[in-house]
Design a protein around this ligand. Sequence first.
Ligand code: SAM
Length: 209
Amino acid sequence: MDRAVEMVIAEYERREQVENEIKREIGFDHDQTRRDEFLLSVGRSSAQLLSILAKSLQPKTILEVGGSYGYSTIWLAEAAHSVGGKLITLEIQPRKQQYARERMAKAGLSAAVDYRLGDARESIRELAGPFDFVLLDLWKELYIPCFELFYPKLNPGAIVVADNMIYPELTRAESSQYRAHVRTKPHIDSVLLPVGGGLEVSRFTRGAL
Ligand SMILES: C[S@@+](CC[C@H](N)C(=O)[O-])C[C@H]1O[C@@H](n2cnc3c(N)ncnc32)[C@H](O)[C@@H]1O
């Protein structure tokens, strides 16, 4: 990985360490009223897995649903760049996306990224697709509505990774509903991996029907 990218990732991880202390102090696991202050990143092990999967799949188009301050965005952009693909990233909070843009520029990866600001449901409706790789990582009550919107635009063989299937416990019920929902779809292989906050990795063997 390029040195500039590694340095930006290290900067995010230092911020996350500081935030983890604050989250412990305020009891964030039970009270998420301050959630927009924090990166809420997928974490390093999930990011590494995303990078490995994306580089193996060699996607033309990666879709990130929920970019936040841009930690997973950097990893996905680096993967997209390395295989000659592009990343489309969706986020509703302007200041988070601005922060992500600045760090992406420092990492030298801006050319690989298409930023869409606004409600992800609207953005997905506007995007033609097709998508080869999707990271689903916004507020959990929106997983199924977003999934339903991008599902018809998946290429055959596309992989969808959904975060926070196991942690935080607060949203486990919604995550379980998502997992059950995905498994009702035809031509899908789906598995829960205990990596990071828990990842549901789903592969569409023939694309959406
Ligand atoms: C868990 S964070 C994403 C973390 C990011 N993937 C990472 O690993 O660094 C979820 C993000 O989804 C965003 N979000 C919530 N509702 C949204 C919506 N309707 N449309 C777009 N983004 C939304 C939140 O603002 C938040 O930044």
